[in-house]
Design a protein around this ligand. Structure first.
Ligand SMILES: O=C(O)CCC(=O)C(=O)O
Length: 288
């Protein structure tokens, strides 16, 4: 009988408990040479596209916006191993964006949970509880020092507390951008090549104020085929992945997008969220 050897764990038992309780985890992923390679590929691509006054959110796996030189990040063994430890086998890449902002860009989002794309009446409060099976992990991996992500540790596994309720008002989705500060908010400051894996149901926000330095951060989302989708699986626009586009990709990227297509075919119910999510991105970011 063929023995399938179990994959070696990447995260320690302590890290898994930390992620479950606090909703985030920081790990070093890229060495300096890989950071430099990706920055070079991005700066080349940005020169052709021109600059912007807003934080960019460039969906680098889509044909019209592709940044070929960074696409192989979706095959990074350590990132996939971390996601496997957090979610289970059958890791499928979903979101893949580049946050790009020049020094001087003013970047402020309201505190939110990533349920913005769901009509209010479909939001289930059970999603924000300790026993809910969460099946999506989001990751920010900066290539420059980045302190733009803020999170309220532990808020993914409970309802909004009294302070949060005051700033959110009668919605579970997003507080106004000019709402008072949350005393429990924690700024996550990352060095180039470090990644933060986080639960996107936790209360969080992107907030840099007026950026002192350029921001170049790779942002991704992952799902496991072992469990039903949770939000917001369905970020990639799979309808754009033609055979011609797929065959132009590096083999590992092609295989990852093929696996994404197979999983999207198993879950057509998430397609409705895709459209809502794109509307959110256009409001919060410059997406071209
Ligand atoms: O790192 C950031 O800018 C925040 C991103 C964010 O809030 C989100 O994707 O929901």
């Amino acid at each position: 009988m063929t023995q399938v050897s179990p994959q070696k764990a990447f995260l320690s038992a302590e890290e898994l408990v930390f992620f479950r309780e606090h909703g985030y985890l920081v790990r070093k992923i890229l060495d300096d040479a890989s950071v430099a390679r990706y920055v070079h590929a991005i700066e080349d691509a940005r020169r052709e596209r021109g600059d912007t006054q807003r934080m960019g959110n460039i969906q680098f796996l889509q044909p019209g916006k592709a940044i070929r030189g960074i696409q192989d990040i979706i095959c990074n063994g350590d990132i996939l191993a971390a996601c496997r430890d957090l979610l289970g086998e059958g890791i499928i890449v979903d979101g893949a964006s580049l946050f790009y902002g020049e020094a001087g860009v003013d970047y402020r989002q309201g505190w939110h949970r990533d349920v913005l794309q769901v009509p209010d009446e479909q939001i289930d409060l059970n999603w924000f509880s300790a026993d809910y099976h969460y099946n999506y992990v989001q990751m920010n991996m900066p290539l420059t020092t980045d302190g733009c992500l803020w999170i309220v540790p532990g808020s993914h596994r409970r309802q909004l507390d009294a302070e949060e309720r005051t700033v959110f008002g009668n919605t579970e989705k997003m507080a106004p951008v000019d709402a008072p500060e949350l005393s429990t908010g924690k700024q996550i400051v990352l060095q180039p090549g470090e990644a933060v894996f986080y639960n996107n149901y936790a209360v969080h926000r992107g907030w840099g104020g007026v950026l002192q330095d350029k921001r170049i951060t790779i942002h991704m989302g992952f799902h496991s085929t072992q469990h039903a989708p949770t939000l917001h699986f369905g970020v990639l626009d799979h309808t754009e992945y033609s055979l011609e586009y797929l065959s132009s990709l590096e083999p590992c990227v092609r295989e990852a997008l093929r696996a994404h297509l197979v999983e999207r075919a198993r879950h057509p119910e998430v397609n409705v969220y895709h459209a809502y999510h794109q509307q959110f991105l256009k409001k919060e970011f410059k997406t071209t």
